[in-house]
Structure formats: structure tokens, C-alpha cells
Design a protein around this ligand. Structure first.
Ligand SMILES: C[S@@+](CC[C@H](N)C(=O)[O-])C[C@H]1O[C@@H](n2cnc3c(N)ncnc32)[C@H](O)[C@@H]1O
Length: 314
């Protein structure tokens, strides 16, 4: 997409993603051990290894700094590639059948994240790692665009392990995260400076945060996960937490047009499996206007077109 450069070019083709995912799982990228010649050939071809079989300096640096993000993306891309190759028809016309079979959707087990036992944490970490890999690129771009002011107290519903909260902290915006129990537990381990509340954004009656008043409630890439009824329920719960003049902020990938749908990168393919869920601005604008809010909409482009909506109470 315009101006957007994928952070890890080595995995933006299917051979590259599959080779890095496999070699990474086998430990070949860490040990410097020889991968089988065909795999080594692919790794050389995509620039992970030089002709001498050693990691290229650029990949070696990225691997040292971002190996978890690289592996999370490469493995997710492989799942998405297999889902799209075998299931584009269902993705387009029979979404329940697609979701039933999709490797990508099998990963996101929100029910498992209700528990915080070691098995649930380890399973949840797999999809949390992919979300973090995306958020590490998105948060630095989006945080400065968020319509919050220094001193604001914000609740981020579905704020995952707190990357956006951490990105907003230097601007003096105090963000607390409400998310599923296992996600909060992982967030607490990874970012102890952020306050996490385990809960369900659809129903906060009786939850201790019900007593607080916030200047803003943020939903970043959360509402598309839910059918309209649940999304509206989350928004209503958010409204009940706002103080006077408070605002609801929604940031989502926009409903994709032909260019985004046919994005040839692996990130584009990974986004394609979620394409039917991205609603576009009008659903959220209508809800905010029906609830008497003054609404503004901004559009920007990252790996896909994004919308950033803000609704302020009159
Ligand atoms: C697609 S992820 C987006 C995460 C993060 N906001 C980001 O943009 O990277 C959706 C998030 O919503 C959380 N979530 C799902 N159901 C939820 C619920 N009922 N209440 C609160 N959070 C929920 C998930 O655990 C996950 O962190």
C-alpha cells in the first residue's frame, strides 16, 4: 500500500515465509546449522542467507532484534496462504464454512484465553505474538494521531498486551487495558508498567472499572471481531464509562477495495482472511450519531487503508 514498507521483506513471498518459518522452528537460523540444500537455496534466494550460507547482515540484525515478530508473522502468513489457496470460495460466499476450516481462525481461541493456567497462557501467546508483531509497526504511527490530550485517562478495550498503552504514555495519556484474562496475564508479564483489567468488554456490569470515569474509551482493531449486536453492546458499555465530554475512539482497517484485496504481499494475504469483517466507517458513524456524539473520521494508510473515528459527547 502507499508509502508502507513491510518490516521484514524476507518473508513477504510464500517461499520466504515458509522457509523462514520452517528453518526457525528447526533452530537452523539460530544454530547456523546447515538446512537441507533446497531450503538453503530458498533462504539464499530471499536474502536470509548469503551465497556463503551465512545470514546476511540485514537479516542477522533483524533476527537478533525481532525474531519473535518474524516467526509470528511468517507462521501466520503460511496459515493464511493455505486458507486462501483452499478456501477463497468459502471466504467469499460461505464464511462459517471458511472459519470452520481456516488455520488462521483456529489460532485465535478466545475461550482458551478465559483461563490463566500455563497451557492457556502458552496457547494464547501464539496469537498474541502475531498481534504484537502488527502492533509494533502500527502503534508508533497511530499513537500520535489519537485524539487524546495530555492528562487524559483512557480505557482501551481489547488493548491486548498494552503496546498502544505504552506508545501513548510518553504523551501523558494514561491508558488502562481491559482484555481477556490470559491476555492480561501476558500483558502484565511483558509490560508491568501498564494497568490491566481482565474482563469482557460486552458486559462490565459488576466489574470494578464500572466505578471509574474515563476521558476516553479506545477500540483498536477490536470491533470487527464481533457481530454488529456485540459490537454495539461494547460501544454502549463504553459510553456508560465516559465522563462529561468524553470520547469514544475507534481505529480499524477499512473495508478493503480491489487494490487492498489483491495486495500481492504476504501481509496482504494475511489481511485478506479478515476482509469480510472490516465494516467501513458508516456503521460506527451511524452508531455514534444515534447516540448524540459529534463525530470525526480520518483515513490513513498502513498495510491497508485504516479509519480513525472519534465520537465526542455533546
Ligand atoms: C484483533 S485483537 C486487537 C488487539 C490490539 N487492540 C491491536 O490492535 O493490536 C482483538 C483484541 O480484543 C480482545 N478481546 C476479544 N474479545 C474481547 C472481549 N470480549 N472483551 C475484551 N477484549 C476482548 C482480544 O483478546 C484481543 O486482544
Amino acid at each position: 500500500m502507499t508509502g508502507y514498507r513491510p518490516p521484514f521483506p524476507w518473508i513477504e513471498t510464500l517461499p520466504g515465509a515458509a522457509a523462514v518459518a520452517h528453518a526457525g522452528r528447526q533452530g537452523w537460523l539460530d544454530l547456523g546449522a546447515d538446512a537441507p540444500p533446497l531450503l538453503q537455496g530458498v533462504l539464499i534466494g530471499v536474502g536470509v542467507l548469503g551465497p556463503d550460507g551465512k545470514q546476511t547482515p540485514a537479516f542477522a540484525q533483524a533476527w537478533t532484534d525481532h525474531r519473535v515478530d518474524i516467526m509470528a508473522r511468517a507462521q501466520f502468513y503460511c496459515r493464511a496462504a493455505s486458507d486462501v489457496a483452499g478456501g477463497l470460495g468459502d471466504l467469499a460466499a460461505n464464511l462459517p464454512a471458511f472459519m470452520d476450516r481456516a488455520e488462521t481462525f483456529r489460532l485465535f481461541r478466545y475461550e482458551t484465553a478465559q483461563s490463566t493456567d500455563p497451557a492457556a497462557l502458552s496457547e494464547t501467546a501464539q496469537w498474541v505474538d502475531y498481534l504484537e508483531a502488527l502492533a509494533r509497526v502500527e502503534s508508533p504511527v497511530l499513537a500520535p494521531l489519537m485524539p487524546f490530550a495530555r492528562g487524559d485517562h483512557v480505557l482501551e478495550v481489547g488493548g491486548n498486551t498494552g503496546l498502544m498503552a505504552a506508545a501513548l504514555a510518553p504523551a501523558g495519556v494514561r491508558v488502562e487495558v481491559l482484555d481477556l484474562p490470559a491476555v492480561c496475564a501476558l500483558g502484565q508479564q511483558r509490560r508491568p508498567e501498564v494497568t490491566f483489567h481482565a474482563g469482557d468488554g460486552r458486559e462490565i456490569t459488576g466489574h470494578p472499572i464500572r466505578e471509574a470515569r474515563f476521558d476516553g474509551v479506545l477500540f483498536k482493531s477490536v470491533l470487527h471481531d464481533w457481530p454488529e449486536e456485540d459490537a454495539e453492546r461494547m460501544l454502549s458499555q463504553a459510553l456508560s464509562l465516559l465522563g462529561d465530554g468524553g470520547r469514544i475512539v475507534i481505529c480499524e482497517r477499512d473495508r478493503p477495495g480491489p487494490i487492498a484485496l489483491a495486495d500481492p504481499t504476504m501481509q496482504g494475504l494475511a489481511n485478506l482472511v479478515f476482509a469480510p469483517f472490516y465494516r467501513g466507517a458508516s456503521f460506527y458513524v451511524d452508531w455514534m450519531e444515534r447516540h448524540g456524539m459529534v463525530v470525526s473520521v480520518e483515513r490513513l494508510s498502513l498495510d491497508m487503508p485504516f479509519i480513525l473515528l472519534s465520537g465526542t459527547q455533546r
